[in-house]
Design a protein around this ligand. Structure first.
Ligand SMILES: [Ca+2]
Ligand SMILES: [Ca+2]
Length: 386
């Protein structure tokens, strides 16, 4: 669909969902430079890397020590097991946090109830000073509360220095008390990765390209994905009405700019007959093609409405782009194929897109390829293999 204008025809084809009207284009939100494998929006049992929301550095066991009492510190993220923690439930919403390398638990030293008592590692014995609660604070950030005091794990004075210690301190909401968690293994939702069946509408961005991809879109913090990496963004509950949302990606550092992206377009959680959470979506080439995309819906509540609703245009449409559509960056590299006559189904570029990919939404009224179903979560795949 066009940006900045909504066409009634789409609604009619889908059965007259709700009204239509002019919608102002939304600017892309800022790109978060944090590179992530899989930032989670909720905690399930598994292995995690825990990063400061302030410094983006990792919680680390100093020198990879396996000793009781070893220092827990902030350090540049390095992918070692000294920075991976198995998080598993204890009781009443609390969790133990066990270092993968040492098999020792994060622990408030000496069972202290004082402010600024240090966090260190210790053999897990089930103490309340070894159990923590994760409280969601928005934007996939959590505060981590010790069970015996309800104080949070606090990056001391918010220092960015490697070697800075963590202490317990009353929650104040400052960024040195907030963390993001990247799940690095132990996913218990086969096939769904970090998009859990949890009553939330989550988008899982997956990069199958042979290069780094930056992703962005409406109502999310974007990010950078290495080859094979994925990231989840929860945008609302399964009943949150979110019309006309768009998501896209581009090779890192090669953003062709506004109206030069292939788009994954959605309307989430429309009321539709007996469904409270019907969704429509398409792979739009109305503006352009820059990266191959795929949308995979995951059914809400085990129904079957999403069968056959996967949409994919896995082919690279840049090499064959007609001359009038070619958009090059300052270095002369072809980085987008732009459809400058978007409302014309017979334009050379629209006909090229349609011929190359039967599931492409190739001009502003190409409603026959619209998909719709009662989904909870979606994958948005860059450079899908099929
Ligand atoms: Ca979900
Ligand atoms: Ca839905």
């Amino acid at each position: 669909m066009t940006r900045g204008m909504y066409r009634c025809l789409s609604w009619v084809v889908l059965g007259g969902l709700v009204g239509c009207g002019v919608i102002e284009p939304e600017p892309p939100e800022k790109i978060d430079r944090l590179q992530s494998e899989a930032i989670v929006s909720s905690i399930t049992e598994g292995d995690y890397v825990i990063r400061s929301a302030m410094t983006h550095k990792c919680i680390d066991i100093a020198s990879g020590s396996t000793a009781d009492g070893a220092k827990v510190q902030q350090w540049d993220c390095n992918g070692t097991n000294a920075q991976k923690f198995r998080i598993s439930p204890t009781s009443d919403g609390y969790w133990k946090i066990i270092n993968v390398n040492s098999n020792k638990a994060l622990d408030i030293s000496n069972n202290s109830t004082a402010q600024n008592a240090k966090v260190h590692q210790w053999t897990y014995v089930g103490g309340n000073n070894q159990q923590f609660k994760f409280v969601a604070r928005g934007d996939n950030r959590f505060s981590i509360h010790a069970r015996h005091t309800d104080m949070v794990i606090d990056l001391y004075w918010g220092s960015a220095d490697n070697g800075t210690e963590y202490v317990q301190y009353p929650y104040t909401g400052t960024a040195n008390q907030l963390y993001t968690l990247d799940k690095v293994s132990g996913s218990d939702n086969s096939g769904r990765g970090c998009a859990a069946a949890d009553g939330q509408t989550t988008l899982r961005f997956i990069n199958r390209c042979a290069f780094e991809v930056e992703f962005a879109g409406n109502n999310i913090t974007g990010g950078i994905l290495g080859t094979g990496q994925e990231a989840c963004r929860t945008i609302g509950s399964v009943t949150t009405y979110m019309p006309t949302k768009r998501y896209w990606g581009f090779a890192r550092g090669e953003d062709p700019g506004f109206e030069r992206h292939s788009l994954a377009e959605f309307g989430f959680n429309e009321v539709f007959y007996s469904y409270a959470s019907w969704d429509w979506f398409n792979l739009s080439h109305v503006d352009a093609h820059n990266l191959p995309l795929k949308i995979v819906p995951y059914e809400l509540g085990g129904g079957t409405t999403c069968a056959g609703q996967v949409r994919s245009c896995p082919m690279n449409l840049l090499p064959g782009c007609p001359p009038e559509g070619q958009f090059r960056n300052a270095a002369g590299k072809l980085i987008s194929c732009v459809s400058r006559d978007r409302d014309n189904p017979n334009s050379v570029v629209a006909r090229y897109f349609d011929a190359a990919c039967s599931q492409s939404y190739s001009w502003s009224g190409d409603d026959s390829v619209m998909a719709a179903c009662n989904a909870e979560d979606f994958d948005i795949v860059f450079c899908p293999p099929n």
